[in-house]
Design a protein around this ligand. Structure first.
Ligand code: MG
Length: 227
């Protein structure tokens, strides 16, 4: 019988090699956190954050490949700020949030847009559209420090050298503190959980052979390709 042990769970890569390994927990994703992206998807801006989950098994790292599943004919890129939780918490206030953050990373919320469109039409959940293996490329974790303001970070994404997405996290409808406080009012957050804070406008299709480069300010970059 095969059993899974904690040490087999996928772990974050740290920008500081002296850090102890941290297993990747649940991945909580936000939808429609940038007005212009909601508009390009012909969606309303929500009053409260909209959440969905992605499995940790979807994570890949710098240099690895996004694999187009046979079930989809239309994969989209979504570049997002990721926030990694450092300590267990529940029902925390906005003011307390940053005490529970371990660090930040660049994340791609890869989406099978055709499967998602079908789900939206039928009122079905998005687990399939968002949950295939390789649908969560992430960079190394930048450990939190006083010089990183998560509400003022430049995000960009290029495909084969052409800029597709560029925005600042200051354009989000909700602050990082509001998002995490809200999530903690729903579910317990644990060390290693990852929050993908939603994508700005400019989402677009990926094809076999594409080279994707994402950047988070001048702080870190992520390179993946499409297979
Ligand atoms: Mg997204």
């Amino acid at each position: 019988m095969n059993t899974t042990h904690a040490e087999d769970m996928p772990q974050y890569r740290m920008d500081d090699a002296t850090q102890d390994p941290v297993a990747i927990g649940k991945i909580i994703c936000l939808a429609r956190t940038y007005k212009k992206h909601a508009k390009e998807m012909k969606s309303e801006v929500p009053k409260d954050p909209l959440l969905f989950l992605k499995p940790a098994s979807a994570v890949i790292f710098d240099g690895e490949a996004i694999i187009i599943p046979q079930k989809s004919k239309c994969l989209h890129h979504e570049v997002e700020l990721g926030v990694v939780i450092g300590k267990k918490c529940k029902n925390i206030s906005k003011e307390e949030v940053l005490d529970y953050v371990m660090g930040y990373l660049l994340a791609l919320d890869i989406t099978a847009r055709d499967i998602q469109a079908e789900a939206k039409k039928n009122g079905w959940p998005w687990g399939i559209a968002k949950g295939f293996d390789t649908f969560a490329p992430i960079s190394d974790v930048l450990l939190k420090n006083k010089t990183i303001d998560p509400n003022n970070l430049e995000l960009s994404l290029s495909v084969n050298g052409t800029l597709r997405q560029q925005a600042n996290t200051s354009q989000m409808i909700f602050s990082v503190e509001e998002i995490i406080a809200f999530i903690s009012s729903i579910m317990t957050l644990e060390a290693g959980d990852l929050i993908m804070t939603g994508t700005p406008e400019g989402v677009g299709e990926l094809a076999t052979g594409d080279k994707v480069e994402a950047k988070l300010g001048g702080l870190t970059a992520l390179h993946v390709f499409v297979k």
